[in-house]
Design a protein around this ligand. Structure first.
Ligand code: FES
Length: 160
């Protein structure tokens, strides 16, 4: 039995999600989002917890989590910086933003700063090419970034 548990509020949301789908397994994606919201990322322990709660084979949960980039498998820290590395963003300066991450935060792709404040994840097109280059920080988009605006953003996040 897992030592993990949803908060009372999330347990309620979990139950509602199960009722929403005819086939229990169909609720897996929103349930995983719920788990990530609470635990920050989907560790092996969290995935096992969800597999038990949903009465699914753990291997099925691992497969789904590994397929979707929106699920964090390791601690993303307080702020997960997702920098688009697709063609438009690259042509308009995304590589300069990655350079800022490398130089100022001293981390590379899929790494976390020592203080666990920032992680960096290269991602494919974020669907906002007309405002490239784009960085997604957790759930929020920051568009038309330059090294200067990006440095300001990092400073603001750090002091928040
Ligand atoms: S290429 Fe970066 S948002 Fe589409």
């Amino acid at each position: 039995m897992s030592a993990l548990a949803f908060t009372a509020d999330r347990e309620e949301r979990f139950r509602k999600l199960l009722l929403k789908y005819e086939i229990r397994q169909s609720a897996l994606l929103p349930v995983l989002r719920l788990a990530q919201e609470q635990f920050g990322y989907l560790s092996r322990e969290v995935m096992n917890f969800i597999a038990t709660k949903m009465d699914l084979p753990p291997a099925h949960v691992y497969e789904v989590v590994s397929f979707y980039v929106l699920f964090h498998k390791t601690n993303p820290g307080k702020y997960c910086l997702q920098v688009c590395n697709n063609i438009t963003c690259t042509m308009l300066g995304a590589e300069d933003l990655v350079k800022v991450i490398k130089e100022d935060l001293k981390i590379g792709p899929n790494q976390l700063t020592e203080d666990k404040t920032f992680s960096y994840m290269p991602v494919q097109c974020l669907g906002s090419c007309d405002t490239a280059p784009v960085v997604q920080v957790n759930e929020d988009y920051y568009e038309n970034q330059t090294p200067e605006t990006f440095r300001k953003l990092l400073a603001k996040l750090r002091s928040a």
